[in-house]
Design a protein around this ligand. Structure first.
Ligand code: ZN
Length: 251
């Protein structure tokens, strides 16, 4: 999990991740969201039905045009939440461009810890975000805004949020590309940060930004030199190559 990063020291850390991924085709409330008391999730305005003569009990909204779920967050987190959404959208597009199809990951942002989805059983006070790897219905990334603001946004700004999203999304994406990535522990964490580096650098160039500056800003939210290495190594690698990335200290 990125953003919290205390996990680099724990060997049994729950495999939870951080980021926000726009799901290109999300049709229902995220599976975890029903547990998010205090952070009600409401659907965006329904997309107009594209079929005009649907059968009485059929779903009038095709799955591929379903509206995204947008969490309600406190005003002080609104800018951050919008940035998470933006990063998630960039990652979704990055994935489609590289892999040819949607990643199919949904992001759940919330501003109160009570009832948060698939809460890690340790370190809830420092984790910024995590994934819900055992969710049988949907692949979700939970972003806890107060910690993300403190540990990511206030340290590295937008660049760090893009790193966070890229890291968490890569816990799903890299495993999709190669199941052997699903090791848990520091190896998988560094591979996810490698993927984030590839993402941040690629997107920075597409946005006309200075990739090196973006990486340096993102690095401000990282706490371990191994993470910095993985981020910057990934920036010079094809995304897929991060499935086999091994930091020199682990060789
Ligand atoms: Zn992680």
């Amino acid at each position: 999990m990125a953003g919290s990063i205390d996990d680099m020291n724990t060997t049994t850390r729950a495999k939870l991740i951080t980021a926000g991924l726009l799901a290109a085709a999300v049709s229902v409330l995220p599976a975890c969201s029903t547990q998010v008391s205090g952070t009600a999730v409401e659907p965006a305005a329904a997309a107009p039905a594209t079929t005009t003569a649907a059968a009485p009990y059929s779903n009038p909204v095709p799955e591929t045009t379903a509206p995204r779920m947008k969490p309600i967050v406190a005003p002080e987190y609104e800018e951050l939440a919008n940035t998470v959404d933006e990063a998630a959208e960039w990652f979704a597009n990055f994935w489609v461009a590289n892999q040819g199809g949607p990643l199919g990951v949904d992001i759940v942002q919330f501003d109160r810890i009570e009832g948060a989805p698939c809460l890690p059983d340790n370190g809830v006070s420092v984790n910024s975000a995590w994934i819900c790897p055992n969710d049988p219905v949907k692949r979700s990334i939970a972003v806890y805004l107060p910690n993300t603001q403190k540990y990511v946004w206030e340290k590295g700004g937008e660049s760090a949020v893009f790193w966070l999203v890229g890291h968490e999304a890569s816990h799903y994406g890299l495993v999709d590309l190669d199941l052997s990535v699903d090791t848990g522990g520091n190896l998988e964490e560094l591979r996810a940060t490698c993927g984030a580096g590839s993402f941040v650098a690629t997107v920075a160039r597409e946005r006309g930004l200075d990739a090196e500056a973006e990486l340096n800003n993102a690095d401000k939210a990282l706490r371990f030199v191994e993470e910095t290495d993985a981020l910057k190594d990934g920036a010079n690698m094809k995304y897929e190559a991060c499935t086999t990335y091994v930091h020199p200290s682990m060789r």
